[in-house]
Design a binder for this molecule. Structure first.
Ligand code: HEC
Ligand code: HEC
Ligand code: HEC
Length: 456
């Protein structure tokens, strides 16, 4: 399917739900503002998405290998990554070569077991399952941190919904809705039919007294709908005494003036020092580069440009690579992002990136949009975290210093990390798919000042 077709189909399927139609016209308006012309008016044949051989460190390549008789994806050793070891290779990924589809909407017979509400509550809370509380509030002091991406279920039992309906809805909500945000828990294999029966039995016990009135809240922070929104304060992000990423990036200064095997250093060809040579450069990336026939971020470009010009590899996600990208981007701080999304190739990549953003992948059949579009999860709590809104711009502060796990992440590390809760293996950090996706996201940052490195 061509990206243009995919997007038109998307608009059709999204406009199916009345409560979403307003937001999808906001989306269309956003697109108009970004592109500055009517979408589709100037659509020409897009060039084929590029194939790319990764030049990343081994754990950033997304490779699957057999280790001790088990197939695993080689991932970062970082503790937040190593917490999810499952190999999701059964499920669709974002790769342009991956044509697999998630199974279609599906019902299954409700088994004739007696539902046990106590077991149902355990399953509802279980971190090994959804957890359902990541998106839904239910009563109980032990419910922390509940999220608000889905409706409050505290009194759902008062609605006297048929068991069969709740069963089918939890099993696969796509049977009722064209484009639900909630994953199809049964079809994905996360809940068994019996487990779903127990959950339904539990949901039916959730009643108010009087009906429809949830129990009073002792702690307003327990309830994600009343939890106070406190803006996190990180201090001055660009103060080296405050942001460890700046100190680490300074190690890149040595790389800038070190001669590689070719006898040349960055400094030999780029005159006037980093400040002068790289001023404003990063505001235009990701950018379509004809020599490589693909869109590249500064990070992607360094992986090919450094070895070509200095003879020294600069593998994606290596310490020197991260440091150099930060140093280059810092020379654009305060300057407005201005990526091209109008030239023919850039526009084609932008549309591919948009299709990636809305594409459903993984065991959970999730799209980025489920968590980052304001008509879906964005602006609400996923567990304890407020989900960022895509239109505010998610890219101009990357790479960032992450206070947990105390590491520098560039945006590709962030993409790769967002893959795992979707139940999909990640792609190589320098994949063309991610570059197209990054271009789509960066277009929302156009006109806004860069502040690298951020803190989160
Ligand atoms: C990623 C967030 C998310 C998770 C996790 C989640 N849900 Fe949902 N749920 C939603 C959303 C959003 C809706 C509203 C329909 C939609 O857009 O998908 C919903 C709707 C529902 C409804 C229908 C509510 C109504 O008012 O009709 C039920 C029942 C439900 N979810 C149960 C569950 C159960 C059980 C689990 C755990 C197995 C779960 N949910 C996990 C997001 C989530
Ligand atoms: C032998 C000369 C040479 C060396 C060494 C060299 N570059 Fe370059 N660089 C160039 C040229 C020439 C260009 C313009 C694009 C092109 O022709 O490839 C460029 C372009 C760039 C750009 C993109 C500029 C823009 O405006 O889009 C960046 C970023 C960059 N170089 C960074 C580096 C870094 C970092 C190093 C060291 C690892 C380095 N270069 C080493 C010659 C060099
Ligand atoms: C199941 C929910 C979920 C999905 C789906 C998801 N993310 Fe995220 N994402 C999060 C959470 C949670 C955070 C951390 C809180 C925040 O900043 O939104 C986050 C943060 C981010 C950030 C950093 C924002 C910032 O300003 O620091 C980016 C960028 C991002 N996600 C991109 C993506 C992309 C691209 C996809 C699709 C490939 C995606 N996410 C899919 C949950 C999700």
């Amino acid at each position: 399917m061509r990206p243009g077709q995919a997007f038109r189909q998307l608009l059709r399927s999204r406009s199916g739900l009345a409560r979403r139609s307003l937001a999808s016209s906001a989306l269309a308006l956003g697109t108009l503002l970004v592109l500055g012309c009517v979408p589709g008016a100037e659509r020409r044949e897009a060039s084929a998405p590029p194939r790319w051989t990764s030049r990343a460190i081994p754990e950033a390549k997304g490779e699957i290998k057999e280790v001790d008789g088990q197939r695993v994806q080689i991932r970062y050793k970082d503790e937040v990554f190593s917490a999810i070891t499952t190999n999701f290779e059964r499920w669709p990924t974002y790769s342009y070569n991956d044509t697999r589809k998630f199974p279609p909407p599906n019902r299954t017979p409700m088994p004739a077991v007696k539902g046990d509400p106590r077991r149902g509550r355990e399953l509802f809370m279980s971190r090994q399952k959804a957890p359902c509380t990541g998106c839904h509030l239910i009563p109980g002091d032990d419910v922390w941190p509940a999220g608000s991406v889905g409706p409050d279920l505290s009194v759902i039992g008062d609605r006297r919904l048929p068991d069969q309906y709740l069963f089918d809805f939890v099993w696969d909500a796509r049977v009722f809705l064209p484009n639900p945000t909630m994953p199809p828990w049964g079809t994905s294999g996360i809940l068994s039919p019996e487990e779903t029966v127990h959950i339904v039995a539990f949901l039916q016990t959730l009643k108010g007294n009087p009906p429809f009135v949830p129990p009073p809240e002792k702690d307003p922070t327990r309830n994600p709908h009343t939890r106070p929104r406190v803006d996190r304060y990180w201090g001055d992000e660009l103060d080296p005494a405050n942001n460890p990423a700046i100190l680490l990036a300074e190690s890149g200064l040595a790389v800038w003036s070190a001669k590689g095997p070719s006898g040349k250093a960055c400094a030999d060809c780029h005159e006037g020092g980093l400040e002068k040579a790289m001023k404003g450069v990063a505001t235009q990336y990701p950018k379509y580069l004809p020599a490589y026939r693909r869109v590249m971020s500064i990070e992607d470009y360094l992986t090919v440009h450094a070895p070509e010009r200095t003879g020294q590899e600069m593998l994606a996600q290596s310490p020197a690579h991260l440091a150099m990208a930060i140093l280059i981007k810092m020379q654009s701080n305060g300057m407005p992002v201005s990526v091209d999304v109008t030239s023919r190739e850039a526009r084609a990549a932008y549309e591919r990136g948009r299709a990636v953003y809305y594409r459903r992948v993984g065991q959970r059949n999730h799209a980025c949009a489920d968590c980052h579009d304001p008509d879906r999860g964005a602006g609400r709590y996923a567990g304890a975290r407020v989900l960022s809104v895509v239109q505010t711009g998610l890219t101009r502060h990357f790479p960032v210093w992450l206070t947990i796990p105390r590491a520098i992440w560039n945006i590709r590390t962030r993409f790769q990390f967002c893959m795992l809760p979707l139940g999909t293996n990640y792609l190589a950090a320098d994949a063309a798919e991610y570059a197209d996706l990054e271009l789509y996201l960066t277009a929302f940052d156009n006109g806004k000042p860069m502040t690298v490195p951020g803190i989160r």
